[in-house]
Design a protein around this ligand. Structure first.
Ligand SMILES: Nc1nc2c(c(=O)[nH]1)N[C@H]1C(S)=C(S)[C@@H](COP(=O)(O)O)O[C@H]1N2
Ligand SMILES: [Mo]
Length: 314
């Protein structure tokens, strides 16, 4: 596989240098970078001086629901590579080395290769998007992500006419990810989307949350966010993106095919074989809420599934 560097990218891929430099600082500093719009109180003085206020622009599709407190977003996690308890990721994910990081782009693309995180991010303007996340287990959060549309990344690498699906893989490294010593899932963690789902403007590659770089337990340095699907589709700490002609099998489908299908759209009318999906507990709230079709993103995504039997394609 080719190792490509920044110089291999098209001129049209390149962002004005000032923005590029700021983004480098953002990624290297590991400290908050948000401008006034995101709450300047989080910023160290050096960081705020280095960054143009408002560089992370508010993006589309944000909910105005109350955000889940940052403490909960970063301490109540599913990241089985670090253990199966909700508190394990926050406790153990500091072992993950996220710099340097590279992402392989493979399969049905004109420009496959191994790209550094810097190469991956450079042309993309970052946005803040406040999305609901609904875990298949029956809880939900509202999280202010920072990222950019997956579609913009995929287009850069020029999918071939055979590209019908996208497969994602998390890092596989038992030294850094002690949870991988137990076969609770088939490692590496894998997920997949149909091409039109991957190209949908809601589908985000996130590199930050709450105005800061992603904490390791939330999937640093880069993770997927697909807000109309159950949380497990939003794969963390991605090292490979492969475009494919055939439908990939996700880790969860492989481990329990009757419980976790390829689509895994949030759907209150289709129960998990062992529990109902009609209601959910918003983390921090006492009373349960009704789960919304497609997690409340029905207007945006229902057309992707027109004519499909969603009980069959769960
Ligand atoms: N690699 C990997 N990605 C993963 C998981 C995981 O165990 N490993 N858990 C998933 C599940 S079940 C959920 S609900 C979300 C949780 O994301 P959060 O911890 O950032 O809220 O991450 C998803 N992505
Ligand atoms: Mo989940």
């Amino acid at each position: 596989m080719l190792i490509k560097t920044a110089t291999d990218l098209n001129e049209s891929d390149v962002t004005p240098f000032g923005i590029y430099q700021q983004r480098r600082r953002f990624l290297q500093s590991g400290i908050a970078i948000a401008g006034a719009a995101l709450g300047a109180s989080l910023l160290s003085r050096e960081a705020s001086a280095a960054l143009e206020p408002g560089r992370v622009k508010p993006g589309p599709f944000s909910t105005d629901e109350e955000k889940t407190p940052r403490e909960d977003v970063t301490s109540y996690n599913n990241f089985y590579e670090f253990g199966v308890d909700k508190s394990d990721p926050a406790r153990h994910a500091h072992k993950l080395v996220t710099d340097p990081w590279s992402v392989a782009i493979a399969g049905e693309v004109a420009r496959p290769g191994s790209y550094t995180l810097e190469d991956i991010l450079k042309p993309h303007a970052l946005e803040e998007r406040i999305y609901r996340l609904r875990c298949v287990e029956g809880w939900s959060m509202v999280i202010p992500w920072i990222g950019f549309p997956l579609a913009d990344l995929i287009k850069r690498f020029e999918p071939t006419s055979k590209a019908k699906y996208v497969e994602f893989e998390t890092l596989y490294d038992k030294q850094q990810m002690p949870g991988q010593r137990r076969r609770v899932l088939e490692w590496p963690y894998r997920e997949g989307l149909r091409m039109d789902e991957a190209m949908h403007p809601l589908t985000l590659l996130a590199v930050g949350l709450y105005g800061d770089v992603l904490p390791n337990q939330n999937g640093a340095p880069i993770r997927l966010v697909v807000p109309w699907k159950y949380g497990f589709k939003s794969i963390k700490s991605i090292v490979k993106i492969r475009l494919r002609e055939t439908q990939p099998t996700s880790s969860w489908t492989r481990s329990a095919p009757r419980e976790y299908g390829f689509y895994s759209n949030v759907n209150p009318n289709v129960s998990h074989p062992r529990w109902s999906q009609k209601r959910e507990r918003r983390i921090g709230e006492f009373l349960k809420r009704k789960t919304l079709m497609f997690n409340g993103y029905e207007d945006q995504v229902a057309s992707l599934y027109a004519g499909m039997d969603l009980k069959k394609y769960y």
